[in-house]
Ligand binder design. Structure first.
Ligand code: PNW
Length: 513
């Protein structure tokens, strides 16, 4: 039954619990074309003549973290956290995406950051990839849509283990990849936003053989037949992008496991974005279907059976191409994460679609057919909108982001669901937070309240439900470039002055909280 409110539970977190904050390279670094860095798809996207960013901005400078390691270290230290989670910019260290051309100045930046953290007793948690694909690989073969990306990602990961793994003991391969796949390859709100005429391509098969990927016979390779800017393939490309992402993750895991784990003694895993989906009616099926599409899509292959959720394969492949995983590939996916990295912000109510049918399609969202989630999912029925206003907006507190409603008990339910569905994995909460508007300042009571209630629900999950949560890194250390929303939404514990060349960072109330 429904938790009635956000009652505060008294108790303490385990002594060894890892506390920290999270950022990502493109959102904070700036220096987009300095010291030999290559262009990423986000540089390309934000530099379009017709800006796709809500305030017309880019992250050319962002928080200028590339030049301000000292400033970042200072505010991380002041938070007295034990961990800092950041990502490496692939195109900064490999300008054209390939390991044949290494930019040592870019490597040096990450070395200096890692060393400064360690000197201050802060453990680096390093993500290899947070949405900033080298533009060169996007042009060369279409990025995630082509199976050649798997070996390039593996080579990039190997280089990172080689150069940073003596000091980095917690690796995250990819951060919230579902969002990149959906927004980049389905809705087009994110780059590459040039979904292409998708087709099978035998020309790429050689690359897929590397590393024993298709040990039990011939794995299918795939690729892009022709580029057609502005032409989308929603409902298909998105699943192939995800397919490459999952295989790339598994490849990186095995490389670490086989070659580096013994000497470097670290851990490696993936981070997934998951919303809780609460059932609108007492029938369980609809919300389970939503959880399968949103989280099971990536989590089942990696933490579960090795394959995509049945419900998803069934729904999608009835009408469209849905990628298949061979027996050997399933084995290669299964169990390839030392922990479940969880990005969580909000929850949905899920309603059976027999009442409110979604007529848009084909898209990732409408492929779910039997459901519409009350928030964030496209719909074109006024009836649905009335329903939505009536049932939800009046109950849940909002934020500066259209998709983000405050539902603290949702994180507890989700944690329990992950525990039960994936065999009680170790969980690190790798992102959690709330946005305010550009004009908002230092008195962020909304954020204090959000953290108080969400973190308390995490505590309940640990103490009452025996969920194995070992750490929590808040999104985000400071205000930064919020993707398609530019600087119009502030997620930081620190306020950043984006008109000041020094990019001064000032702690908000939530930082001291
Ligand atoms: C995160 N959802 O993604 C990203 O990893 C961050 O880079 C970003 O700044 C942060 O969200 C805030 O937007 C999310 O479906 C993707 O609820 C999807 C969801 C939430 C967060």
């Amino acid at each position: 039954s429904e938790p009635s409110d956000n009652d505060i539970y008294y108790g303490s977190f385990p002594y060894t619990f890892a506390w920290g904050t999270t950022t990502s390279a493109y959102q904070i670094e700036g220096a987009w074309n300095e010291d030999g860095k290559g262009v990423s798809i986000w540089d390309e996207f934000t530099h379009k003549l017709q800006s796709p960013i809500s305030d017309g901005s880019s992250a050319n400078t962002a928080c200028d973290s590339y030049h301000r390691i000292d400033q970042d270290i200072k505010i991380i230290k002041e938070l007295r956290v034990s961990h800092y989670s950041f990502s490496i910019s692939w195109s900064r260290i490999l300008p054209d995406g390939h390991v044949t051309n290494i930019n040592e100045i870019g490597i040096d930046y990450n070395n200096r950051l890692i060393d400064a953290l360690r000197l201050n007793n802060i453990e680096p948690v390093v993500t290899l990839y947070h949405w900033d694909m080298p533009q060169a690989l996007q042009i060369e073969y279409g990025g995630w849509l082509d199976s050649r990306i798997i070996s390039d990602f593996a080579a990039y990961a190997t280089l990172c283990f080689e150069r940073f793994g003596d000091r980095v003991k917690k690796w995250i391969t990819l951060h919230g990849p579902q969002t990149e796949a959906k927004m980049g390859y389905d809705t087009g709100e994110f780059p590459p936003n040039i979904i292409v005429n998708f087709a099978w391509s035998s020309a790429t098969s050689a690359y897929q053989i590397e590393g024993g990927w298709n040990a039990d016979g011939k794995g299918e390779s795939y690729g892009v037949a022709a580029f057609a800017p502005g032409h989308y393939s929603p409902g298909e490309g998105v699943y192939y992008a995800a397919h490459s992402i999952i295989k790339s993750h598994a490849q990186a895991y095995h490389i670490y496991n086989n070659t580096y784990r013994e000497s470097q003694k670290g851990q490696i895993g993936i981070t997934l974005n998951s919303n809780w989906a609460d059932p609108m009616t007492r029938t369980d099926l609809e919300h389970q279907r939503n959880l399968a599409f949103a989280t099971g899509w990536f989590a089942d292959p990696i933490f579960g059976t090795g394959d995509y959720p049945d419900i998803m394969r069934y729904n999608v492949s009835t009408f469209y191409l849905f990628p298949k995983l061979s027996k050997a590939e399933k084995l290669l996916n299964k169990g390839t994460s030392d922990f479940f990295g969880l990005n969580h912000y909000t929850s949905h109510l899920v309603v059976p679609c027999s009442y409110y049918q979604n007529l848009d399609g084909p898209t990732y969202d409408s492929d779910q057919v039997w459901l519409i989630s009350l928030m964030g999912i496209s719909n074109n029925l006024s009836q649905f909108n009335q329903f939505l206003t009536f049932c939800t907006f009046t109950i849940w507190l909002s934020s500066a982001s259209t998709w983000l409603y405050q539902v603290p008990w949702g994180i507890r339910k989700l944690l329990i669901w992950i525990k039960r569905t994936y065999g009680d994995p170790v969980i690190y909460i790798t992102e959690n937070g709330i946005s305010e508007h550009f004009s908002d300042g230092l008195d962020d009571d909304i954020r204090v309240n959000y953290y108080k209630n969400y973190i308390n629900e995490v505590l309940k999950a640990i103490k009452e439900d025996d969920v194995n949560v070992k750490g929590y890194t808040a999104w985000s250390l400071m205000d930064n470039f919020e993707w398609a929303e530019g600087y119009s939404e502030r997620f930081g514990l620190h306020w950043v002055n984006f008109t000041d060349p020094e990019r001064t960072r000032i702690p908000k109330k939530s930082a001291s909280y």
